[in-house]
Design a protein around this ligand. Structure first.
Ligand code: ZN
Length: 261
């Protein structure tokens, strides 16, 4: 599933192509009934909030998109091919067409709907005004494991399964460490690293957590420390795969020992 960096990058790319333009909006598949209302309106803003994308069309409303597992945008320079029968939403301006296929959500929200969405989402490491104190308060009182809390979108918005595994590895925390045992210094380290790695993901359009300055291309199987790997990139130990918050959790028990002090 796309993680926060993908949505933030999409917000930038959509803004670059479409912002300030009058947009022809349609739903070739017929399942986005807000298209008729937005057709011919100007795009006034794009914003990512965690794994959610918001497209503002002035007073006409805000499109809320959640890509889910299969959702994808396709960017086409004109002349664009005919839309597929599965195209949920097509956005067309003089030079570009953007097609959205297969999202979990594509709906028109009122201002109240946008507020409700924001209220149920936690601190986004990529948002300038993220409420990091609220995340700390929740985490420091939680009896859940740190791995479960990291994936909880109401605490941290935008961190998915790949970033979760890599962040915990890099700060040397065992996934089952109770969140309440972290301490403020460790939390701050985790937050700073999340900001840094997600920002790199936006720039590079992919998740690379190994040091790679000056390298033009990092091979897919060399880009991460533990996620999806059988051997730890740091020490070579076998990576263990468990389940946490109903998702596979990759960790190295040697680099990330469980310390219950
Ligand atoms: Zn290791």
């Amino acid at each position: 599933m796309p993680e926060g960096h993908t949505l933030h990058r999409l917000a930038l790319d959509l803004s670059r192509d479409l912002l300030g333009n009058v947009v022809a909006v349609s739903s070739p598949q017929g399942r986005f009934d807000g298209a008729t209302r937005l057709d011919g309106c100007k795009l006034t803003g794009t914003e990512a909030v965690g794994k959610h994308l918001l497209l503002r069309f002035g007073r006409a409303g805000v499109v809320h998109i959640h890509l889910g597992l299969f959702g994808r945008f396709y960017r086409r320079r004109h002349p664009a091919p005919l839309p597929r029968s599965t195209t949920r939403m097509r956005l067309t301006v003089p030079d570009w067409t953007w097609d959205l296929v297969g999202p979990t959500r594509c709906e028109l929200l009122s201002a109240r709907g946008v507020r409700a969405l924001r209220e149920r989402l936690g601190a986004d490491p990529l948002a300038p005004g993220a409420n990091v104190e609220a995340a700390w308060q929740t985490l420091s009182r939680s009896h859940r494991s740190i791995a479960a809390v990291l994936l909880d979108q109401s605490v941290f918005a935008g961190i998915g399964n790949v970033y979760r595994a890599e962040l915990l590895h890099l700060v040397r925390l065992h996934p089952e460490t109770p969140a309440s045992r972290l301490g403020r210094a460790k939390f701050d380290e985790l937050w700073a690293l999340a900001r840094q790695l997600l920002a790199a993901g936006v720039r590079e359009k992919r998740i690379v957590t190994v040091p790679h300055e000056g390298r033009r291309r990092v091979r897919r199987d060399e880009a991460l420390h533990v996620y999806g790997r059988t051997a730890c990139h740091t020490c070579g130990e076998r990576v263990t795969v468990t389940r946490n918050a109903n998702r596979p959790m990759y960790a190295c028990e040697r680099c990330q020992p469980l310390d219950l002090g």
